[in-house]
Design a protein around this ligand. Structure first.
Ligand SMILES: Cc1cc2nc3c(=O)[nH]c(=O)nc-3n(C[C@H](O)[C@H](O)[C@H](O)COP(=O)(O)OP(=O)(O)OC[C@H]3O[C@@H](n4cnc5c(N)ncnc54)[C@H](O)[C@@H]3O)c2cc1C
Length: 216
């Protein structure tokens, strides 16, 4: 059984699905387009979906300085972050054994606001590149005003767990004789054809990284 870095990230149920391997954790964080950030505000737990980007051991978030989530990160109080990649629906013979195939990460950390302009710039580049690799270099660069109007927060990835389920259903032995279909419906996030902005008046075809977009 793998050892968790802290008790807080110890997966309890089905621990054989747990991993604390940093490469696996990083790959899940990188493949997921969004995460959910959980924090406590005025005694109320809140989970907010948002974009993230990883640079080495740091996970970055960005947004409006008015965002409650980002303002809250100024306090440095602990947050929890979750990302989940859904790989399939696992359909068992018994409703009780229905499940899902997934790769998920839960991490805890004390966030900080990124004040250093260079780090902030690199974080915003990372967020843009995380969503659409190749886009930062092609984008109109951020202005001073836009930089000031964006808050960037960071959390170190040192307390994290991954949980992975793969494979088919696990029915009770006797149920395999039942005349009921069982199996997996694979799921993946796939792009459709890009739709050019109707307000685009110049002749600018979609760059290759748009046409060839896929995750990861
Ligand atoms: C798509 C999906 C669907 C799920 N559906 C269900 C469901 O219907 N019912 C259900 O009970 N469980 C479901 N799970 C599993 C669920 O996420 C928990 O793993 C489960 O509730 C067991 O939690 P626990 O009480 O053992 O651990 P907890 O005490 O809740 O967690 C302890 C620590 O384990 C780690 N951990 C727990 N779960 C995960 C995870 N999924 N990924 C990474 N780290 C984790 C965290 O670090 C956490 O702090 C689902 C998971 C996914 C990804």
């Amino acid at each position: 059984m793998p050892d968790p870095p802290t008790p807080r990230v110890q997966v309890r149920r089905l621990p054989e699905r747990a991993s604390y391997d940093r490469d696996l954790i990083n790959s899940i964080l990188d493949e997921a387009l969004i995460c959910h950030v959980a924090f406590v505000h005025d005694g109320t737990p809140v989970a907010i979906p948002t974009i993230h980007a990883r640079v080495g051991d740091t996970l970055y978030f960005h947004g409006s300085p008015a965002s409650r989530m980002l303002r809250g990160m100024r306090s440095g109080e602990a947050i929890s972050v979750n990302v989940t990649l859904l790989d399939g629906l696992v359909i068992a013979r018994a409703a009780f054994h229905n499940s899902m195939n997934y790769r998920s990460v839960v991490l805890f950390g004390e966030p900080r606001i990124v004040e250093d302009p260079d780090e902030k710039w690199r974080a915003l580049e990372a967020v843009t590149e995380h969503v659409l690799p190749g886009r930062w270099a092609d984008s109109r660069p951020m202005t001073e005003k836009e930089m000031k109007g964006t808050l960037v927060a960071a959390v170190t990835i040192d307390e994290a767990s991954a949980k992975v389920r793969s494979g088919g259903p696990g029915d009770d032995a006797a149920d395999y004789e039942l005349p009921i279909w069982a199996g997996v419906i694979p799921l993946e996030l796939r792009p459709d054809d890009p739709i050019t902005d109707p307000r685009q008046t110049v002749d600018a075809p979609p760059p290759p990284y748009v046409g060839e977009y896929r995750r990861p």
